[in-house]
Design a protein around this ligand. Sequence first.
Ligand code: FAD
Length: 378
Amino acid sequence: MVQFTQEQEMIRQTVNRICREKLAPKVGEVDRTCEFPWDIIQEFAGAGLRRMFFPVQYGGLGRDLVTNAMVVEEIAKFNTATAHTFCGIANSRNPLLLTGTEEQKRKYIPMLIRENGVTCLSITEPNAGSDVASMETRAVKDGDHYVLNGRKCFATNGSVALLYFIFAVSLPEEGAHGISCFLVEKGTPGLNAGRVEDKLGLRASNVAELTLEDVRVPAENLIGKEGEGFKICMVTLDKARLDAAAMGVGLAQGALDYAVAYAKSRVQFKQPVAQFQGMQFMFADMATHLEAARSLTYEAARRLEANDGSASMFCAMAKLFSSDMAMKLTVDAVQALGGYGVLRDHPVERIMRDAKILQIFDGTNQIQRLIIARGILR
Ligand SMILES: Cc1cc2nc3c(=O)[nH]c(=O)nc-3n(C[C@H](O)[C@H](O)[C@H](O)COP(=O)(O)OP(=O)(O)OC[C@H]3O[C@@H](n4cnc5c(N)ncnc54)[C@H](O)[C@@H]3O)c2cc1C
């Protein structure tokens, strides 16, 4: 089981306090209006969370991935959309940090911290979802620039980001080895955010279409080497999957806590419904699967932090298990409230909608199974 250090526990309590006092009162409203509560990001920044996971030499506090998972879990207990956006803000494993040059890091990491900036990682296209290598967005070298053209979709933070990591094909004859990663600054002519998606869950997080029309990107903003985009995409997704796993654990804990409290106070047949064994067995299963997901999530965090050779497989396992657990647990949490479970007066229906998304983004759970099988069979 996970044992946090004294310092980690203090960080967890700070996150809990901010979320309880500032976020909890408005989670229902932001789900309805789809407006992200940006003031909460200011609160996080004030508590040092904004820069907590960036390396010290670029102005960060250099905390590890276990702490990162713990913070994401704690935010998701209150609101998964906020946890999701936080991951694009305190993203300690974005392409820039993983493979950027020293100049790129010195220029852009302090900028992200200073401006409270959000990043957007844009891989998916209308005709290239799970099959990333089939992307059609093109990057053509023109002197000391690349010119990008294409369409992206499902870009989290797509219309609010400060920095965009755009994946495009620059060597068309090389297949998956022809994809490159480009850092594009907000406001670059030709980069436009289109429709913001009206989603089932994570409704307050911003997910938009992007169009790229003759977007001129300085060659110095190529991240890694030309043709390394697919590799960069995969290592970046390891951390994204860890975040998704931590969100699953957090939202499931929130739903379980609520359902148990409700069942203790709801009286039928002259006793609290929590007294019925049928209900108790359901709660026992929920709690057991939740703890298993939590253990796997922190084990994946530990392995990724240590750059262990099995880390990718563990991140895929954690994402798969935690999101499937979160989906099942939240359906049961709704069940525990009976008819009241489907009303917006109670948070469990929102949490159930949020859980569904975790099974799809950052690679669907079918794709996670492919990654795990590849890890076992190699
Ligand atoms: C809320 C949200 C946020 C997102 N944020 C981002 C983001 O920030 N950046 C980004 O680039 N993308 C993002 N995505 C896109 C997400 O990663 C894709 O939706 C996902 O990878 C699946 O692609 P697709 O939707 O095109 O489904 P498809 O690839 O069309 O899949 C359709 C179905 O076929 C199954 N399938 C496909 N291939 C296989 C296979 N080989 N074996 C078995 N089954 C298979 C899938 O599992 C799925 O069930 C986001 C998506 C959502 C919903």
